[in-house]
Design a binder for this molecule. Structure first.
Ligand SMILES: [Mg+2]
Length: 372
């Protein structure tokens, strides 16, 4: 008899960050991950992770709501169902629960991890196979202090850890932010690419002022300068400036992508498994973007190793990601809950090998950091 899903356990895991991480809406000193352990009747366990940044200041799901909604509503839809039919299980979840993209992404990751272990295939192989085994990874400078950010960037360059940097701005007045970014770009020169993420903090007229100044300073990409819902404004900005716009919060799934493309958007989309409800949803968006000539960027909600590995398996199946990835979440954390960390080197990260995600838990660490 084929395997069925037997149990789904969710754990809230708090890991401290290596430094405060300042975003336009909040400052993080700790990352909380929802770890999913999905056990199947054939003895296989699938791992998943649902993680967000900045709690409800960022989006409608919090770690606590992800756990509650999986435990109360989503897990009962899956338990007792056949383990291996991911498409049917995804449709079942979507029929009975709206939204909850991060929770669904965690569950889909656990299903894929288990199916890969069952078949002896990596998650990338389950998704058709990897085009890349090593993916570029940028670093986010978000200490909030210009001199500290420059020192941090120079160190990462010297270590050959990262050669592209993203600055989180939008919390300060625009002129102050522009001075901060321009000083960092000037200090790094041609040795590094510098981009900004405004995380929706500006209105359109502030964005016009800020983007012009950032374009003049040599910034290469402008992420989500205005609120997510303002698709028309984002399209106007994309048409107005030479520096490309990266849509992040504006593009959750393929439906948003279609709206932006149909409206004349050019630039790039930030892909996140957590925004699109999992790996299959995010690849639907990626394939749409590819067909429309919109660039791709592998985004993160600062997941730990499990969520980062899941994202890497999805990104690896794409023939090209014009803007690389930001899959540095595990590097922002002081410790980890996995036996073998991801291998970061040569300005990027290696796709983990082995069946499923290629990731195993460190049970002692997990017990130490899990909330009781
Ligand atoms: Mg962003």
């Amino acid at each position: 008899m084929s395997s069925v899903i037997e149990s789904i356990q969710t754990l809230l895991v708090d890991l401290p960050t290596i430094r405060p991480h300042k975003l336009s809406m909040t400052t993080m000193a700790c990352q909380t991950m929802v770890i999913v352990r999905m056990r199947h009747s054939d003895g296989i366990e699938g791992l998943g992770e649902g993680t967000t940044i900045g709690g409800l200041a960022y989006g409608p799901e919090s770690p606590e709501s992800i756990k509650t909604n999986i435990d109360t509503y989503l897990a009962p839809l899956l338990i007792g169902q056949p383990s291996g039919n991911l498409n049917a299980l995804r449709a079942r979840l979507n029929r009975s629960a709206r939204g909850n993209a991060i929770a669904k992404s965690a569950l889909e990751t656990a299903l894929l991890d288990a199916q890969g272990k069952r078949l002896g295939l990596s998650v990338a192989e389950l998704l058709g196979g990897a085009c890349q085994e090593h993916l570029p990874v940028l670093w986010t400078l978000a200490s909030g202090d210009t001199a500290k950010d420059i020192d941090e960037a120079l160190l990462r360059l010297e270590q050959r850890r990262h050669c592209d940097f993203k600055l989180k701005i939008g919390a300060n007045p625009v002129k102050q932010d522009v001075r901060h970014v321009a000083a960092i770009k000037e200090a790094l020169g041609d040795r590094a690419g510098v981009r900004v993420d405004v995380n929706q903090a500006w209105d359109e007229s502030t964005a016009v002022y800020g983007i012009q100044a950032l374009q003049d300073a040599g910034i290469e990409l402008i992420e989500q300068a205005i609120p997510a819902r303002e698709h028309a404004g984002l399209i106007r900005l994309a048409n107005r400036f030479n520096v490309p716009m990266l849509a992040d919060e504006a593009v959750q799934d393929a439906r948003d992508g279609l709206d932006l493309i149909a409206g004349g958007f050019s630039g790039a989309f930030a892909l996140k498994i957590a925004k699109s409800g999992g790996l299959q949803g995010v690849l639907e968006l990626a394939h749409l973007a590819q067909a429309a000539g919109v660039g791709l960027y592998g985004g993160t909600l600062l997941e730990g190793t499990i969520g980062t590995a899941a994202s890497l398996h999805a990104w690896a199946t794409l023939p090209e990601m014009a803007w690389g990835t930001e899959m540095f979440g595990p590097l922002l954390l002081k410790d980890d809950i996995v036996a073998e960390p991801l291998a970061y080197d040569d300005f990027g990260v290696a796709l983990p090998s082995g069946p499923g995600l290629g990731i195993a838990l460190d049970e002692d660490k997990l017990a130490h950091y899990a909330r009781s």
